[in-house]
Design a protein around this ligand. Structure first.
Ligand SMILES: C[S@@+](CC[C@H](N)C(=O)[O-])C[C@H]1O[C@@H](n2cnc3c(N)ncnc32)[C@H](O)[C@@H]1O
Length: 371
């Protein structure tokens, strides 16, 4: 019988060994096919890329995903107003700011005040005097975009969903199952609900529902029962070990798992704690109001729940004549980017443009409203 620690080591070896195969597979298959259901979730950082460090962590320790594609789809013009809905460490914000002139405006949202502090410093350090946009930051969920931005005012919105490396790499934030930390998982440290409350207070059935609905974990009932039996649970590693032991007991003869056994459970709890899918739904709905005609919405998602929501909302918008789809299939990262940055492995980008209103000139032909 293996101990939980041996289990982690086995998983680590497997993951490292598997990397090139996985990348090749992505290269061969995903580039050419639309994937409705994404691969087994790999977590925000690719298989919870806690196991694999990005090779190219730049100055602020963060490599933005699909950067070139984001810039291309936003089609930034110098005097425009752009929202970075998930500012994180300003990877995307910085490149947007560089393309804006003094009459341009960059508005950043993040639930995490620590990330915003770093983003602010990074943007200040890069400022080009006399040729730099106005920058506003909101410590708020992007679900508040309609309350914080004027209707019909925005030229573009980028949302790069999920957690940042800053959050994942800090054991004290409780996102990682590979290191010992408190069960927290809040992007906004001032919000009320923590992972510890979810794990210790929900009744067994509700807990199973969270793990099933937001983690897409088929074995959610067994896992919830094991968690309830082991309460109180105080740390990330303790939770990961309980889940691993339960799944190991169900699958004692089977092949080593492709992903860490606790990946889906952690994903489910994190999404629930941070209301990630509700916020995303609100953002996509609000985008049709706050974008100008011709304004663009670009969303990068990291698991099938998010991507499905984005795909369906954009397609529905296209059906109703609100959006023109700019990506019929999601864009994925090139193999070179995936080699440099494992987080890019499960990234999917979708973009849409708000359709310009057709106005009719009395006695004349319809004309396209100018931006
Ligand atoms: C993947 S990181 C973004 C990284 C950023 N694009 C960069 O290149 O540095 C996601 C960030 O979005 C924030 N976030 C996630 N959901 C959010 C929401 N609903 N409202 C505001 N911020 C959110 C997280 O706190 C995290 O800092």
């Amino acid at each position: 019988m293996t101990t939980p620690d041996e289990e982690f080591d086995r998983f680590k070896q497997f993951d490292e060994f598997d990397e090139i195969d996985e990348i090749d597979q992505i290269d061969q298959n995903e580039e050419f096919n639309e994937i409705d259901e994404q691969d087994a979730p790999r977590g925000e950082h690719g298989e919870n890329d806690e196991t694999g460090e990005d090779e190219e962590k730049k100055d602020f320790g963060h490599v933005p995903v699909l950067l070139e594609e984001v810039i291309q789809f936003l089609a930034i013009h110098r005097n425009g107003i752009y929202v970075d809905a998930t500012q994180g460490l300003a990877g995307h914000s910085l490149e947007i700011a560089k393309r804006l002139g003094p009459d341009g405006h960059l508005i950043g949202f993040d639930k995490d005040p620590l990330a915003q502090e770093q983003a602010k410093r990074r943007l200040q350090a890069a400022e080009v005097k006399g040729d730099w946009p106005r920058i506003t930051q909101h410590h708020a969920s992007f679900a508040e975009i309609a309350e914080r931005c004027e209707s019909g005012s925005l030229d573009g919105i980028i949302a790069d969903l999920g957690v940042s490396s800053l959050q994942l790499d800090d054991a004290a934030r409780g996102f990682s199952f590979q290191v010992e930390g408190p069960l927290d998982m809040r992007m906004n440290p001032h919000s009320e609900l923590t992972a510890e409350q979810v794990v210790n207070r929900l009744d067994e059935e509700s807990l199973a529902d969270v793990i099933y609905e937001f983690g897409e974990e088929r074995r959610s009932r067994r896992i919830a029962r094991a968690i309830v039996r082991a309460r109180p649970i105080r740390s990330t590693k303790q939770l990961a070990e309980i889940v691993s032991a339960e799944l190991r007991s169900m699958n004692s003869q089977g092949k080593p798992p492709r992903i860490h056994p606790a990946t889906l459970t952690f994903q489910g709890i994190r999404i629930y704690v941070n209301r990630e899918l509700e916020d995303l739904k609100t953002l996509i709905e609000a985008a049709t109001k706050v974008l100008k005609p011709g304004g663009r919405l670009v969303v990068i998602s990291f698991h099938s729940l998010e991507d499905r929501q984005v795909k369906e909302a954009m397609r529905e918008g296209a059906k109703q004549g609100v959006y023109k789809l700019l990506t019929k299939k999601p864009m994925i990262a090139q193999i070179e980017e995936i080699r440099r940055n494992r987080r890019a492995r499960s990234a999917k980008l979708r973009a849409a443009e708000k359709i310009e209103v057709q106005a009719v000139v009395p006695g004349g032909k319809p004309w396209r409203q100018q931006r």
